[in-house]
Write a protein that binds this ligand. Structure first.
Ligand SMILES: [Zn+2]
Length: 315
């Protein structure tokens, strides 16, 4: 049976899988992203997945950005040893196969469109809400990558032009309000004391829990008013970005993944209320927002779909 090689490259983890036309993962493996010699680790991972089987037909890679699709190079923020790294050519030389490259969040959106919560949607935005906020658009079944691969950078859409300065240099970006670290940052600045996951009295510390978005979600679910307010504020910023994007490209569906999406109703309930308040036009109000169904596998699924679009036997 024909198969392609899917690769997902992030700042903390490298993942690879062999994927058939139906999206089934026949073999997969992961390993931590090393600080240096990333290509050596990636080559070993590819060998582990493809080693003793029939060769795949093509390779699809989703990689953390920024990237330059025209040149096939990547400069992931969390991987300082790769700056302008010619990833596409390196993998093509290593495997001898047609190789396609896209952003990790673009692959997440494509994966959800192929096999997940975005199936059948004609105009989809996939959002990864995690340490940062990334996104990808799939319009009429085709990923909208942009000339340099930067389309879908929704985390740096301004939802308040008078807002605080973002790390990107812009002002009032949604990432500055709604990413995991920024949710926790705002909550801590407004008096949140992380509760103990063991249920005992006293503040959380290094032994019993961190002051991160996961702890914040747990406390919001438990009714902590500052934690609830932090998610309401973050959800409202996301709603502004979603309504704006929906107005621009007539979104029909939004799929949200990433670690923060695991917060569940403490994120999605205020998001639905905020969208109801923020969105006006009927086609904007009609957009459906759902959590990921593929989870961490969405990026690999999208990378596989990207590869299939290049193979002789297209899926
Ligand atoms: Zn920004």
């Amino acid at each position: 049976m024909a198969r392609v090689l899917a690769i997902d490259i992030g700042g903390t983890k490298l993942a690879a899988a062999l994927v058939d036309e139906t999206g089934s993962m026949l073999r997969s493996a992961t390993r931590p992203t090393p600080r240096t010699d990333v290509m050596v680790a990636l080559a070993a991972l590819i060998e582990e997945v493809t080693g003793d089987g029939p060769a795949p037909e093509a390779v699809g890679i989703g990689c953390a950005g920024p990237l330059d699709l025209a040149a096939g190079t990547v400069s992931p923020v969390n991987m300082p040893s790769w700056r302008g790294f010619p990833l596409r050519d390196e993998v093509r030389a290593l495997t001898g196969l047609p190789t396609m490259l896209a952003g990790d969040a673009q692959c997440m959106a494509l994966g959800e469109h192929w096999l997940g919560a975005g199936r059948g949607s004609s105009s989809l935005l996939g959002i990864v809400v995690s340490t940062g906020i990334g996104g990808g658009l799939v319009i009429d079944g085709v990923p909208l990558l942009g000339p340099n691969g930067n389309a879908g950078h929704v985390g740096h859409m301004t939802i308040d032009p008078y807002g605080e300065r973002c790390e990107c240099g812009g002002r009032g970006c949604v990432e500055h309000y709604s990413s995991g670290p920024n949710l926790a940052r705002w909550a801590l600045a407004n008096g949140w004391t992380p509760g103990r996951p063991d249920g005992l009295d006293g503040p959380a510390d290094a032994r019993n829990g961190a002051a991160d978005a996961r702890a914040l979600a747990r406390d919001a679910a438990g009714g902590d008013p500052v934690a609830v307010a932090a998610f309401e504020r973050g959800a409202r910023a996301l709603a502004g970005m979603i309504a704006s994007t929906a107005a621009a490209v007539e979104l029909t569906k939004v799929v949200i993944g990433g670690g923060v999406s695991a917060a569940g109703p403490v994120l999605f309930d205020p998001l639905a209320r905020a969208l109801d308040d923020v969105a006006g036009l009927a086609f904007v109000r009609a957009v459906k927002v759902e959590p990921t169904t593929l989870g961490v596998r969405a990026g690999l699924a999208g990378a596989a779909k990207l590869a299939w679009s290049q193979s002789r036997t297209a899926a």
